[in-house]
Design a protein around this ligand. Structure first.
Ligand SMILES: *Cc1c(COP(=O)(O)O)cnc(C)c1O
Length: 370
């Protein structure tokens, strides 16, 4: 049995020992040359993972901080304009709330939990807005690429094409917290404006850092928006990034780990990494469909986390107690889906052998139950 509990939850994920160890280096000052070199190294590698020539801001916060950043930098306080927030589960709902709590006019475009946001719905919302003489075009649209609570991936490219065709000035803000690094998202080809993620999911790092690719267009918009605050101000972050600095003291230990992990991700090869995620997902989906059912709408199942509909009424807490004895842990359903679903994350550095061991253990539990 392993010396610790391996996490198969959608964040924080299992972190390899080499990565944990990479954090344990002597401190360096964040205004000196060694830090500037570290920042420059991770910046160029992050740009590869985000498929962009643009900047990638590094934030000492979790991904939620960058939700707030996107809200405060990319949407004005104009009550007649604002953001259209697409909502298909718990995380996209929370991001919509973040816009509202920051005082931004927020139009909710909601579908039933477990269903995908369809380009046609977005088209209708954009047409309705264009036909409304009292309102201005949406300044931004918010899309959660991979809705972690449902194990569902939205058709990002199709949604983006719809927005570009009907409302070209609308900024496209994408949360890829539980997919970026495991699934290919090409920031530059898609023409995205903000693409944000956290360290503790597909990057396979401990929690505490978040990253966002930001377009020139989004940065230009930020300069026109009032009350951007300070900690997450894109304009401030950009000034420091140009000198390979961060405005405030960053989580330097995590950046050591990031430097090492990005090397390992690029050594694996990004396309290989994405293909591995797709294989793990197929394995999990086949297993789950044979024994239970999949919660996400057919055709939109996530390649990084599978949400299993608990059709056998398994006691998920009892299952986790059983798994703990074998050094493993999975995730119960999120919020209202607790007990009705459970989730198996297959992201970051998970191997086929790790995953198969987990699925075998759950099978042993099911046999014992029957
Ligand atoms: C985990 C998650 C978040 C929240 O990120 P934190 O790093 O915990 O702040 C946001 N969106 C999605 C889709 C997530 O999976």
């Amino acid at each position: 049995m392993s010396d610790h509990i391996k996490l198969f939850i959608p964040g924080p994920v299992e972190v390899r020992k080499e990565i944990l160890d990479a954090q344990a280096q002597w401190m360096i000052g964040h205004r000196g040359k060694p830090f500037e070199a570290l920042f420059a190294r991770v910046q160029s590698k992050l740009r590869q993972v985000f498929f962009t020539q643009s900047r990638v801001f590094i934030s000492t916060s979790s991904g939620t901080g960058l939700w707030e950043a996107a809200a405060r930098n990319c949407v004005s306080d104009d009550p007649h304009a604002g953001v259209v927030a697409t909502v298909c589960g718990a995380f996209s709902e929370r991001w919509a709330n973040v816009f509202e709590r920051n005082g931004k006019a927020t139009t909710w475009l909601r579908v039933e939990e477990g269903k995908a946001i369809k380009p046609e719905m977005v088209r209708q919302a954009l047409l309705a807005r264009a036909a409304d003489p009292a309102r201005r075009p949406f300044e931004a649209i918010a899309i959660v690429h991979n809705e972690t609570s449902c194990g569902l991936t939205n058709p990002l490219a199709e949604i983006v094409a719809t927005v570009k065709a009907l409302s070209p000035d609308t900024l496209i803000l994408v949360d890829a917290v539980s997919s970026l690094g495991g699934v290919k998202i090409d920031f530059d080809s898609l023409g995205l404006d903000v693409l944000l993620t956290s360290s503790q999911k597909c990057f396979g790092l401990p929690p505490g850092l978040a990253f966002a690719a930001v377009s020139d267009r989004a940065l230009a918009k930020a300069k026109t928006v009032k009350n951007r605050g300070y900690y997450f101000d894109f304009v401030e972050l950009e000034q420091f990034l140009l000198k390979n600095h961060t405005p405030a003291t960053p989580a330097i230990s995590l950046m050591f780990a990031l430097d090492r992990q990005l090397d390992d991700m690029l050594a694996e090869g990004l396309e290989n990494r994405f293909a591995r995620h797709a294989r793990l997902a197929q394995l999990t989906r086949r297993w789950a469909s044979d024994r239970f059912a999949l919660f996400a709408e057919r055709g939109y199942e996530s390649d990084t986390v599978t949400c299993v509909a608990n059709t056998r009424g398994v006691d998920v807490s009892a299952l986790n107690r059983f798994l703990a004895a074998r050094g493993m842990h999975i995730s119960d359903g999120y919020g209202a889906l607790k007990g009705k679903t459970f989730r198996i994350a297959h992201m970051a550095d998970t191997t086929e052998a790790d995953l198969q061991a987990l699925l075998d253990a759950i099978d042993d539990f099911l046999i014992q139950q029957s």
